[in-house]
Ligand binder design. Structure first.
Ligand SMILES: Nc1ncnc2c1ncn2[C@@H]1O[C@H](COP(=O)(O)OP(=O)(O)OP(=O)(O)O)[C@@H](O)[C@H]1O
Length: 730
């Protein structure tokens, strides 16, 4: 990992300027996204597809693809990928696009949520615009609550557009706050992978927390710089809240009050959260004998925390499923989610999905396993089977300090600390794009970032995060750079007179191509994979930027090809993805919601194959079912969930017998705001009392059967399909 502070980049660009360039590149992306939701943008670099359909194929994170012939030229260029189209000359396409700028009229189809392109030559709508569907009424309601400044939690089945909605909210907030957005809005998720879907960071990083093993570790929120940064926030956005524990939510919330010297919920921050508690639960630490009583165990679901109940949160249930269209599939998934009539749902899945999938365009299905071991073994084995040379793509990692930390007046110790914190950031560990990727022609791949390419009737050529494909060739990087340079020239990017005639979007596009060339030159790889995606689009997949911003510290950046080997993935890594073709192994599912997450990645029954399952693979937690029953009933306040109270009584009772320093009573009542971090724990742990406490139903013993002596997920009576607590222990 390179440090870049007040030095020259390998291209001879001063580091500060490089940071500015990169930031402006990201801003261009964002600006396009924002503008796309408001009005049409003509993207001069968008190709006309080889099938003659005017439009833009969109490559997005998750699209599956394959490489095309090595001999084909890089003829069409967009900011993040190159579509090969031997039937048209580059110059012609680029010039036609340029000429047609003023002829594009509004053709967005509000009803269908799809963009159509009128006969205005080869010009197209931007990817962001054409793939920018209208909010449905439920989503509009969420938006209104956000605008009204309410604390909001929106939830719903997989595929109801929670992350989509969150990104819409973020777009609007970017416009509202402008330059202040980064200092006013914290974008976070419990895990690094989840955070990538909203260009955010982990919740811990957003709040200046490292790994919290003890309650005293939360004191780092009160460090001078962190405290100042958190005090400036106005909004905290959290995605995938199912993985946020009650203990974490409660502790953070009470520390926010103290830190911000404000007795209102979360110290006056507006909370905007989404997730589905039927999906993956928090990773809970296992209590072991002799463990200090102020251990932080990450217990419970966020909705079980007293702070959640006291935060005046507006709960919105999204009910319209967008990912799947087939009514029967949606119903089966719903039953699996709620744990309703599981034998019938599994029987139907066996009937429909225990058969081989037809491969499509040479693209094999992604296999989903519960454990890393099977995933790694499968990918390595399959790659080894392929003949031909292995291409190694090494990521360029770097950290860029916040400009405010780069001045000569800034304490060098603090600069070093900030750099080191960025370098150790979970982002680099959890980034969807691996540090080193090994691939061959013929490798099955998954796109892990949305690419700026779109088109086809009803945007059928859309390629998104999760699209699948196969590598069909590797192209020398030098050829790709030549192609991009030619395109820039064709757009007038090398000519001051042409540039002066361009509108601001034209110059933006030229700048984008220029940045892309610079990035490619700085990137160490020598080849670019060409991928044929399932929808037929053939794309040179260029390296792109994965980044995570830690406000007032800086930015972690990885430049890497946005592809993953896709013969196999873990179910935990696929959360949030939409997959075209998927084979699922369910027999080893060990966590609540895991089977549901795996199955709900598929768009259709036709694209889903079940490799194995047993009747106990579907697990739901009654505490979660009760929460959703109250939500469906429209009265969340009627929810009777006293799990927290009983659990904390048990812990403090145990502490009273043992460690007197850690009592539940150490929490301060709302209204008496202390400036000190809450360093003592709220509980005293005891193995005997913790057994079965996770689901909040039993006082002592296994949550599933009520008997002492074992945890619920090891319950001998659960084989046969019973429900169990969903907390994963490590
Ligand atoms: N209003 C809408 N109109 C059309 N498509 C939509 C709409 N809202 C969401 N979608 C699409 O539905 C798909 C699923 O959305 P998204 O991934 O946000 O769902 P999710 O609820 O976050 O799913 P999960 O819980 O599995 O993470 C995406 O392809 C998204 O673009």
């Amino acid at each position: 990992m390179r440090r870049k502070r007040n030095s020259l980049t390998p291209d001879g660009v001063p580091q500060k300027r490089q940071a500015t360039l990169l930031t402006s590149f990201a801003r261009i992306d964002k600006a396009l996204a924002i503008a796309g939701s408001k009005r049409k943008i003509v993207d001069l670099t968008k190709p006309t597809l080889s099938n003659g359909i005017s439009g833009k194929p969109t490559c997005s994170n998750g699209s599956q693809g394959g490489a095309v012939s090595q001999s084909r030229p890089a003829s069409h260029v967009s900011a993040s990928c190159v579509e090969l189209n031997p039937s048209r000359s580059l110059n012609k396409t680029a010039q036609s696009s340029l000429q047609s700028v003023s002829h594009v009229s509004d053709t967005y189809n509000v009803k269908s949520g799809q963009a159509s392109v009128e006969a205005a030559g080869p010009s197209t709508l931007s990817a962001d615009e054409a793939s920018s569907p209208q909010l449905c009424p439920e989503q509009e309601k969420v938006m209104q609550l956000v605008r009204d400044g309410k604390n909001v939690f929106f939830t719903g089945n997989a595929g109801t557009g929670k992350t989509f909605m969150l990104n819409k909210i973020i777009e609007e907030l970017r416009i509202k706050y402008g330059r202040d957005f980064i200092s006013k809005v914290a974008l976070a998720a419990p895990t690094g992978i989840a955070a990538t879907h909203i260009q955010g960071t982990t919740l811990n990083a957003a709040l200046g927390l490292g790994i919290c093993n003890y309650y005293k570790d939360f004191g780092s929120m009160f460090k001078k710089e962190t405290r100042a940064r958190i005090s400036r926030y106005e909004i905290l956005i959290v995605d995938e809240v199912s993985m946020l524990s009650a203990e974490l939510f409660n502790t953070i919330e009470s520390n926010l009050k103290r830190l911000r010297n404000d007795v209102r919920p979360a110290g006056g921050l507006q909370l905007i959260m989404c997730g589905d508690f039927f999906q993956l639960p928090p990773v809970t630490k296992k209590w072991t004998p002799g463990m200090p009583s102020d251990m932080f165990l990450n217990w419970g679901y966020a909705f079980q925390a007293p702070a959640w109940k006291a935060a005046n949160i507006e709960h919105v249930l999204l009910t319209k499923v967008f990912r799947q269209q087939d009514g029967e599939f949606i119903k089966i998934l719903d039953n699996i989610r709620y744990g309703h009539d599981i034998p019938a749902a599994l029987k139907r899945l066996r009937e429909l999905c225990m058969r081989p999938l037809l491969s499509s365009n040479g693209i094999k299905a992604t296999q989903l396993f519960s454990r890393n071991k099977e995933v790694d073994e499968t990918n390595i084995r399959e790659l080894a089977v392929l003949k031909g040379a292995t291409a190694v793509f090494g990521a360029e990692d770097e950290v860029v300090l916040d400009p405010a930390l780069q001045g000569t007046h800034v304490d060098p110790t603090w600069q070093r600390e900030a750099t080191s914190r960025l370098e150790k950031n979970e982002f680099f560990r959890d980034c969807l794009a691996a540090k080193e990727i090994r691939m061959k022609v013929g490798a099955q791949v998954l796109l892990i970032k949305n690419l700026d390419l779109e088109g086809g009737p009803n945007n059928s050529r859309q390629l998104v995060n999760g699209s699948r494909g196969v590598i069909t060739s590797m192209v020398p990087k030098a050829d790709v750079i030549r192609g991009l340079e030619a395109n820039r020239k064709a757009l007038g990017g090398d000519n001051n007179i042409s540039m002066s005639k361009m509108d601001s979007k034209g110059t933006q596009l030229v700048t984008e191509v220029h940045k892309k060339v610079e990035m490619l030159r700085g990137w160490a790889g020598t080849e670019i994979p060409v991928v044929r995606f399932r929808n037929g689009a053939e794309i040179q997949v260029l390296p792109t930027i994965f980044s995570s911003t830690v406000p007032h510290t800086g930015e972690c950046r990885r430049v890497q090809i946005p592809l993953k080997l896709a013969w196999a993935l873990t179910i935990h890594k696929c959360q949030g993805l939409t997959l075209d073709l998927v084979q699922v192994s369910l027999k080893d599912c060990f966590a609540q919601g895991q089977a549901y997450v795996a199955l709900s990645r598929a768009r259709s029954l036709e694209g889903l194959q079940i490799l194995d399952l047993d009747s106990s693979c579907v697990r739901t937690d009654p505490a979660v079912s009760d929460f959703y029953a109250a939500l469906k009933g429209g009265d969340i306040k009627s929810l009777k969930d006293d799990a927290w109270e009983r659990w904390s009584c048990m812990r403090s009772g145990s502490a009273a017998q043992g460690d007197q320093t850690a009592g539940f009573g150490s929490q301060q009542p709302v209204g008496s705001v202390s400036q000190q971090p809450q360093a003592l724990n709220s509980f005293g742990a005891s193995q005997a009392v913790l057994k079965g406490a996770t689901g909040g139903r039993q006082n002592n013993g296994c949550f599933h059967c009520g008997q002492p002596g074992h945890w619920a997920n090891n319950c001998p009576s659960k084989k046969g399909g019973g429900s169990t607590t969903g907390f994963i222990r490590r």
